[in-house]
Write a protein that binds this ligand. Sequence first.
Ligand code: CO
Length: 540
Amino acid sequence: MTSTLNPSPNQSSTPNRFSRDDWQRGYQSQRTEDAYWVEDIDGELPADLTGTLFRNGPGQLDVNGQPFQHPFDGDGMISAFTFTKAETGTGTRADAGAEDSNGSGNGSGNGSGNRVYFRNRFVRTPGFIAEQDAGKILYRGVFGTQKPGGMLANLFDIRIKNIANTNVRYWGDKLMALWEAAEPFRLDPQTLETKGPEYLDGLLKPGQAFSAHPRVDPGSPRTGGKRRLINFGVDAGLSSTISIYEFEEDGSLAQQQSRTVPGFAFLHDFAITENYYVFFQNPVSLNPIPFVMGLKGAGQCINLDEKKATQILLIPRDPDQPVRSLDTDSCFVFHHANAFELSHADGDKLIIDSICYANYPSLDPSIDFLEVDFGGVDPGQLFRLEADLSTGEVTRTCIESRACEFPCQHPDTVGKPARFYYMGVTDAPTGNAPLQAIMKVDVDSGDRKIHSFAPRGFINEPLFIPRPSGTSLSDRDNNREDDGWVLVLIYNAERHASDLVILAAEDLSEIARVKLKQHIPYGLHGSFVPETFGLESSNS
Ligand code: CO
């Protein structure tokens, strides 16, 4: 049997605790680019947490007071947090003052002696530079309709400038700011300086789509046990072509394939398993007329047909195998948590855990997004879909009905059965609201743990970072899949500044809080690497 989405998630008995003024101030533009050792730290940085956390998101939501219509249209700004042991910090520890060395004073001392360096910088895309020079918004209206190839085919190309604001990834010695509708921008990982558009050794053409949601395969027999970065790009129109690329750790192309599927494919994210790429083709239709007339953004011209099935596209990683398409109840998905294959005596199954919305969360263009009625927007909820690969039947069960987004997990469990997910959730168990808490979901036991930053804290995407000395996940009997930390950047309305909070993944208790001098507007996605970038040019 197929279950349905929770029909009345907005009937709240426990109200969410937040003030709209607080929430709105987290969307103020941050135009200052800064770089400094963070001196204001509550708690103690973990001794074995070293590396660089990169985050991306819209850094400015207006040009000279002219607001962008939606925060997703804001110019990409990269933040980097470099965690380092004191002795590798180019001697700055001694320079910073004697009070640091004894673990007291100014809140900067901590027993581990570790430090964290912060840097933020805009991605200097041609559109960003042009608008800064002009002092006004240039990319509005219907300028792109003259592009060849048909309006529908180019819809997301012509919508706006490449704003490079969705994700940031380091792979094959390249740091790239990603935006799904066009090529990435390459950045200097040390300084975050923009190097220019990145065409991946000629793999991409100018303007060609390259998604903001790469997945890292932790390795399997298919990859010779090696990690691979897998990403896709969609050329969407009346039919849609999905190109999928797998990159070796040195950045070289391991394999590539393109598949054409019927219909307009609005694909933000995907999931991988050992043998498949998994896409959800949401039953959306486009009414491009309001976009052409300049009444709506292209993303606002998408309608979900609730009577039509959502199609699960299973594209085999073996390019010689045919694509399979399975139907499930209508829903809209931006983000998948994970997917994996299960061999059963009665047939093979494919499990997909995804954040499902009952409807496409489009906003009325006449309403300022800052005034959105949260109760009128369907919440995302975590669902498990089980596809029987012999019969094609798909069943769906709700794992977590609390409004949620931004799921993450141990990187070694991607494409494999994961026990723990960490995700952003609302403070209250029902109703829709800004995300203010982190939830740990144990899919084996059903156990939940929650750490809420309400009423004055608002979260971004959490990331799980495994402890470097953690036991190997291949030893599943003894492993601790939650041996590590959850890093989450929050907007702290009390200070009108952002805190990077380090939670113990085991129980979500707060270990340390890195308090920035400034706020970082609500962002989208990020990643963590063990390399400690950005310290050479640091000064304190
Ligand atoms: Co996303």
